[in-house]
Design a binder for this molecule. Structure first.
Ligand code: BGC
Length: 374
């Protein structure tokens, strides 16, 4: 067996193995791990934003596992959502002569100086899930189609409410993700391109008075750091101030699951119960707690991004970079980082509702039936 074939075969094998174990990663405290197995591949630095959200633990563990099984040495770091900590971690990876850096940035605009050091050291950089802005020194971007994530949320709302059939008016509360995350705008725009015509026609009314007309207005509904507690407090405020005298919210646009968790808490505290009057509530990531909420009818859907496939794709990109072969991309126009269009690989996100939890999340091995009480 040639060496090239061996490495690819082991990446494929690791992908299969990881497909059955991706969700069993443990949730340690915020800490770093590094590991080495095999030889020859060289060091790959993996900088993840935080352990506080389930998805980043799974992402990190899966990619780390794939790379180790393919003979690479890895340095997997989590930065507690602190930008300075992430920069220091990346600096250390550069000092350790990493061949490739995989970075899921906390603030996509804050990494230019450290990535200049990486470029000087001839280290290739892959932006993972989130684009890194304002620098020429990001070589590739691997992500899910972020605009489509938002569009799927918008279309779900449109369909559930029967907006196309002229139904309404309905009370909507929109939320957006952290404004330092380049993805947040894509998510919001995807949803808003579907919903905005109905806001303009009066079929969707926003009792809190949040006006989203201009390019940057989505920031007025953004939740810094994607925090559940902040989303909960914001929803509490809106319900307390604008939903008096029996007024009910009919739909909440939440860009992801961490916000949806907080929003669901707020709704529960204000007496909203699962059933016909419970608002439509969107999400993204298929986090375990949210899938349980979908089972319990306190969240309507989630947009599932099978992070195992993202890891698989990034592992292939790394292998191609290290071997000097062509790196596969499928989008060379969408992601302009303010300095250049970054060649990207976009994966398709998938809507999950209560009825297809088993077929989509369990049958694919993303969750065991056990975990979901199925
Ligand atoms: C990711 C989402 C995630 C959010 C919060 C975004 O960049 O694409 O999957 O929910 O960050 O961590």
């Amino acid at each position: 067996m040639s060496k090239n074939f061996r490495v690819l075969a082991s990446v494929a094998m690791a992908a299969t193995l990881a497909a059955t174990s991706a969700c069993s990663s443990t949730r340690d405290a915020e800490e770093s791990t590094s590991g080495s197995s095999g030889s020859g591949g060289g060091l790959v630095g993996i900088a993840m934003p935080t352990r506080s959200l389930e998805r980043w633990n799974n992402d990190g563990a899966h990619l780390d596992d794939l790379l180790k099984k393919a003979g690479y040495t890895t340095s997997l770091q989590f930065a507690d959502n602190k930008v300075d900590q992430q920069i220091t971690q990346i600096e250390n990876m550069i000092n350790q002569n990493a061949k490739v850096l995989v970075v899921a940035s906390i603030d996509g605009t804050a990494l230019s100086p450290v990535l200049e050091k990486a470029a000087t050291a001839k280290i290739k950089v892959i932006a993972y899930d989130r684009l890194i802005n304002g620098t020429p020194n990001v070589d590739y971007y691997a992500t899910f189609d972020n605009y489509l994530v938002g569009k799927l949320q918008g279309q779900f709302i449109e369909e559930k409410l029967g907006l196309k059939d002229g139904k309404g008016p309905f009370n909507l509360e929109p939320f957006a993700g952290s404004s330092d995350d380049n993805n947040a705008k894509f998510f919001f725009n995807g949803a808003w391109d579907v919903l905005k015509p109905y806001v303009e026609s009066g079929k969707l009314v926003i009792p809190s008075g949040k006006k989203i007309a201009g390019e940057e207005d989505w920031k007025t509904v953004s939740i810094t750091g994607w925090k559940s507690e902040t989303a909960q407090a914001e929803m509490d405020n809106r319900l307390n101030s604008f939903y008096t005298g029996g007024k009910k919210v009919n739909v909440v646009l939440s860009p992801n699951d961490s916000l949806a968790l907080g929003i669901a808490q707020s709704l529960a505290s204000k007496g909203y119960k699962p059933g016909a009057d419970y608002p439509i509530l969107t999400g993204q990531d298929a986090d375990l707690a949210n899938v349980k909420n979908i089972q319990a009818d306190t969240q309507s859907m989630t947009v599932w991004k099978d992070t195992r496939t993202l890891g698989d794709q990034v592992a292939k990109m790394i292998d191609a970079i290290v071997k000097g072969t062509t790196v596969e991309v499928n989008d060379e126009k969408t992601y302009n980082n303010g300095n250049k269009v970054v060649p990207s690989y976009l994966l398709p996100p998938v809507v999950v509702v209560k009825d297809d939890i088993k077929t989509k999340l369990v049958d694919s091995g993303f969750y065991t039936a056990d975990k979901l009480g199925l």
